[in-house]
Structures are given as structure tokens and as C-alpha cells.
Write a protein that binds this ligand. Structure first.
Ligand SMILES: Cc1ncc(COP(=O)(O)O)c(C=O)c1O
Length: 377
């Protein structure tokens, strides 16, 4: 079994009681990878249930002077890339004989994807969500309830994704025999970052093929927003071996773990985290619940250190401006998370650009409207 280290990052920083569960998960994952039936079941679900492949759309008016393509994960069933991972892990949990799933959610997209697959496979589902995120992502809370999941509000700290993740891990520790922790991004202890990357790599594989078909060449730059980093690592996976393709991650300026964090341990792995001088985790801030997290996946930290990928920031205002611009120029309402990625397109030293449109904006309409004075979004 592999170490799960990405340079100086990753690993397993968890209580002893979780080590057997992580070993079991890693073995189950290796067995699944070696089993053609697992890949075949996922491929069947992807095409008949989730709506893959998702298209590549040329955005002709958003960025004059560029040739911009959007990978349309917003068109995946449930409205974001999160379903790729949730389906893969649910099938894995079933193989491991786990009948109960716990998950954390920030924007609610991972919670909805998890509730969806649990309904589909008849698994019990508990989703932890910060009460501040429940307020700003109300439609997704209602969707999870309708899908039969129990949403447990988390009332402490910043009442956002960090605390929800801590609660989900606590639940998992208590119920580890019966429960699979369906983590929503490429974070957490080994083997989670590997599993989530592999399950999201379908985005990059498809986008690469589609780009070659439409343009006859690879993009000069691939851009994606980074919360924990799963949509970014998924789309990067298709291009990481092409040295001429720039890989660019965009963090929320108030939650820029890669931009301004320092190495630390959060939720079971070592990675750059926002922290004070004593190493205490600092609060993140972003208008977008899915980016509002003080840590990031370890593979991104290694890609940054090696220089293979670059990570930029975008402010709340820039994301809102891109949200409005995409709506007016292309007729697409993006989620606030990928609106951060769109905000950096104009300044790039590249003409042919691919952006991962990781999700759709329905969940954000109330938040955007409350921040928009006078003009509609
Ligand atoms: C639409 C969308 N994009 C991006 C993210 C950020 O997650 P990640 O960085 O793991 O892709 C989220 C998280 O909820 C999301 O809902």
C-alpha cells in the first residue's frame, strides 16, 4: 500500500481507532480498481443516471480576445461535479458492506450528491452542515431532506465547512464499524485524496478528448476554483502530463490556504492551512460556502511547490462580477465557486482557455440577490 504522501504533505494524522478503517478502505479501493466490474458499474451509472459525458461549451462573449471553453459540470445531475465522487464512494461503501453514510457539506452540493446516491442505493445518510451554510444554501438543505437524508446543524465556531467536517469525523470515529465517511473533496487522511482525485479525473479525461475534437489542440491554460480542490485536481488530471498546458487554481481571497497558509494538520492530513503563529487554525471567509475552508488537498500543495500548477486568488466582489457577467453574456448562471475561476480568465497569458464550470448557481440566487443593490444579477 502507498504512503499517501505528496512531498511533505498528506499522510494520516488520525486517532488509532481509525487506522483499521482507513486500511480497510484502502484495501477495498485497491480491490475495486483491479475489478473491471467496479469500473463498468460506475461507467453505467455515469451515463444512465448522472448524465455523463458533460459537454464543453464555447463561451464566445464572456472574454473578448480569448477562446474560452467551459467544462459543463453544472449540467451533471444534482448540479455540480460532486456527484462523480459520491457515486464512486457509494458503490465502494456497498462493496465494503457499510450500510450507513456520514458526510460533511459546505455549499450543500456534496450533501445533495451524497443524499442522492444514498437514496439510490438504500443507504442511511447523515449530513453535517454548519448553520451559517444552512442559511445561505437553503435550497440544498431542503433537497437533502426530500431525498431522505438527516441534516444535522453544526452550531459552533464559524458554523461552516471546517466545523461540519470535524463533526462528521467525530461521528465516523464513534460508528466506524457500520459507517463509511463519504468525504467530499480531495482532503482528509490517506487514501481519501487519492480516491477523490481518481473519481473526479473523469472531468479531465473527457475535457481533453473534447478539446482535441473541437480545436485540434490542447488548451494553453486550464483553470478551476479550489476549495478542498476536487474539481481542480479532476480537471488537472487530464493535462498534468502536458507540460505546455498551464494549470491554474483559483482560491477565494479570504480562504487562500495555498496562497497564504502555512503547513499544518487539519482533518487528518498535513497541508497548507490558514493558521495563526501558534498553529491554531484561523477562520476562512468566502461569499461562496464551497470555498470557505481553511485547508486544501495535499496534492495541490505538491503541485504548487513543484511549480507545475499556480494558484491565484479572487475576491468576493470579483466572483460576483463574473457571476453577473456570465449570466448576461452567455445565459449561464454559475455557482459562486467557479465564478472565482472565471474572474481570473481575462488576465491570463493564454488565448485558448478551459475553465471547469463546476456547478450551477441556483443554490446561490438568494445570496447573490441579497448582495446586489438595485440591479438584478
Ligand atoms: C459548485 C462547486 N464548485 C466547487 C466547490 C469546491 O470544492 P472542490 O474544491 O472540492 O471542487 C464546491 C463545494 O461545495 C461546489 O459546490
Amino acid at each position: 500500500m502507498s504512503s499517501g504522501l505528496y512531498g511533505a504533505y498528506g499522510g494520516r494524522y488520525v486517532p488509532e481507532t481509525l487506522i483499521p478503517a482507513l486500511d480497510e478502505l484502502e484495501q477495498g479501493w485497491q480491490d475495486a480498481l483491479a475489478d473491471e466490474a467496479y469500473a463498468a458499474e460506475l461507467a453505467h451509472l455515469a451515463s444512465t443516471y448522472a448524465g455523463r459525458p458533460t459537454p464543453l461549451t464555447a463561451a464566445e462573449r464572456f472574454a473578448p480576445g480569448k477562446r474560452l471553453y467551459l467544462k459543463r459540470e453544472d449540467l451533471l445531475y444534482t448540479g455540480a461535479h460532486k456527484l462523480n465522487n459520491a457515486l464512486g464512494q457509494a458503490v465502494l461503501a456497498r462493496r465494503l458492506g457499510k450500510g450507513r453514510i456520514v458526510a460533511e457539506t459546505g455549499a450543500g452540493q456534496h450533501g445533495v450528491a451524497t443524499a442522492t446516491v444514498c437514496a439510490r442505493f438504500g443507504l442511511e445518510c447523515v449530513v453535517y452542515m454548519g448553520s451559517e451554510d444552512m442559511r445561505r444554501q437553503r435550497p440544498n438543505v431542503e433537497r437533502m431532506g426530500l431525498l431522505g437524508a438527516e441534516v444535522r446543524p453544526v452550531e459552533f465556531g464559524t458554523k461552516t465547512l471546517k466545523e461540519a467536517t470535524s463533526e462528521a469525523i467525530r461521528d465516523w470515529i464513534t460508528n466506524v464499524e457500520t459507517t463509511h465517511y463519504l468525504i467530499g473533496s480531495c482532503v482528509g487522511p490517506h487514501p481519501y485524496p487519492q480516491i477523490v482525485r481518481e473519481l473526479q479525473a473523469v472531468i479531465g479525461r473527457e475535457a481533453r478528448e473534447q478539446m482535441l475534437e473541437l480545436e485540434g489542440r490542447l488548451p494553453e491554460a486550464v483553470v478551476a476554483c479550489v476549495g478542498g480542490g476536487s474539481n481542480a485536481i479532476g480537471i488537472f488530471a487530464g493535462f498534468v502530463d502536458d507540460p505546455d498546458v498551464q494549470l491554474i487554481g483559483v482560491e477565494a481571497a479570504g480562504a487562500a490556504s495555498l496562497g497564504s497558509g502555512r503547513p499544518g494538520v487539519l482533518h487528518g492530513a498535513r497541508s497548507p492551512v490558514l493558521s495563526d503563529e501558534d498553529g491554531q487554525i484561523a477562520d476562512a471567509h468566502s461569499i461562496s460556502a464551497g470555498l470557505d475552508y481553511p485547508g486544501v488537498g495535499p496534492e495541490h500543495a505538491a503541485l504548487r511547490d513543484s511549480g507545475r500548477a499556480r494558484y491565484l486568488g479572487a475576491t468576493d466582489e470579483e466572483a460576483l462580477a463574473s457571476f453577473r457577467r456570465l449570466a448576461r453574456t452567455e445565459g449561464l448562471l454559475p455557482a459562486l465557486e467557479p465564478a472565482h475561476a472565471l474572474a481570473r480568465v481575462e488576465g491570463l497569458d493564454a488565448e485558448l482557455i478551459l475553465v471547469c464550470l463546476s456547478g450551477r448557481g441556483d443554490k446561490d440566487l438568494a445570496e447573490v440577490m441579497s448582495l446586489t443593490t438595485g440591479s438584478p444579477p
